[in-house]
Design a protein around this ligand. Structure first.
Ligand code: NAD
Ligand SMILES: OC[C@@H](O)C(O)[C@H](O)CO
Length: 301
């Protein structure tokens, strides 16, 4: 068939088939992507990484070449997460056989200033430095505001807001003292912007709004030092947090949620991997003080 084509068309067809076979061959080794997305040489610390979105983020970082610290309440759950991620990465055909990510687990309650400080010191001792911090530890619960116990409100803010601030502070100190152009990603929510329905969650919504504004405030304070701070605002992603909430509220709620999502479905946690790697890497080098919404279109209404 090639002989029926003009010389130019023939050359382009030939070039295309050479490119195609080269791409196929390189696919077997590793997939091509922009080098700026690589996290090789970086150390990433993720809170709440024993499960859910935090674990997903740590997996994405390790797949992109980073070493990582998994911070969560239980050491055992953190170690099991690290083991699972390491096995997953080792089984990927695109992972060079020489590359085994160094991942370590640390037990820490993010609401304790003392524990955050101790954990930070241990991570720096083990890895030498930290380049990226993601604060994914968080809780949600649903109560009408008029019946909400004040102690529960305080707990919500303690984990979601104070826990984010304590790790942000430790990271900022480390980056400023060591002149590191660090990268902080606060896990907020689409609930920082809009009110979801039908579940009542004034405390959660307010806590996430605080997280996002904390992020923009730190972006202005630390931007001049080359430190970037952004918030990730996911929509409904099917993690244990959402599964547990549905089990409590009734599964019918899910049908209502899905109707409110223009894409007509809830998100899979793995669908945040690309966004978090982009935010953590040099591929987003001019991103600072932004709330990145990944919600299937929920916030468009
Ligand atoms: N799943 C979603 O749909 C969704 C959407 C938007 C935002 N978010 C946010 O993403 C973050 C992670 O959510 P998820 O769905 O993975 O939840 P998850 O419940 O599956 O995981 C949360 C993790 O945080 C840890 N954690 C809780 N309190 C802690 C504390 N005091 N100290 C240390 N670790 C603690 C838990 O042990 C758990 O491993 C939360 O901040 C949540 O608000 C989730
Ligand atoms: O974006 C959705 C989240 O904020 C949250 O998981 C939900 O609002 C819980 O009800």
């Amino acid at each position: 068939m090639a002989s029926l084509l003009s010389p130019i068309a023939r050359r382009s067809l030939l070039g295309q088939s050479i490119l195609t076979s080269a791409a196929t061959a390189s696919h077997r080794r590793t997939l091509m992507t922009l080098p700026s997305f690589s996290l090789e040489g970086k150390t990433c610390l993720v809170t709440g990484a024993a499960r859910g979105l935090g674990k997903e983020f740590l997996t994405a970082f390790a797949l992109s070449g980073a070493r990582g610290a998994c911070v969560d309440l239980s050491l055992q759950a953190g170690q099991s997460s690290v083991k699972h991620i390491t096995e997953h990465i080792s089984s990927q055909s695109s992972t060079p056989s020489s590359y085994i990510p160094e991942l370590r687990a640390y037990a820490c309650d993010v609401t304790s200033e003392e524990q955050v400080q101790e954990t930070w010191e241990s991570v720096v001792k083990d890895f030498g430095k930290v380049d990226v911090v993601v604060t994914a530890a968080g809780i949600v619960e649903n109560f009408e505001a008029e019946n909400y116990e004040y102690s529960r409100w305080l707990k919500m803010f303690d984990v979601n807001v104070n826990g984010s601030f304590l790790f942000a502070k430790a990271a900022g100190r480390h980056w400023i003292d060591n002149e590191i152009k660090g990268n902080l990603i606060l896990v907020s929510s689409m609930s920082s912007i809009i009110c979801v329905r039908p579940q009542k969650q004034a405390a959660y919504n307010a806590s996430k709004a605080a997280v996002s504004l904390l992020g923009r405030s730190l972006a202005t304070e630390w931007g001049p030092k080359g430190i970037r701070v952004n918030s990730l605002c996911p929509g409904y992603m099917k993690t244990d947090l959402i599964v547990n909430l549905l089990a409590k509220e009734g599964r019918h709620i899910e049908d209502g949620w899905v109707k409110d999502v223009p894409m007509g479905r809830l998100g899979r946690p793995s669908e945040l991997q690309g966004t978090i790697v982009w935010m953590a890497s040099d591929a987003s080098s001019y991103l600072n003080g932004s709330d990145i919404v990944v919600d299937g279109g929920y916030c468009c209404w």
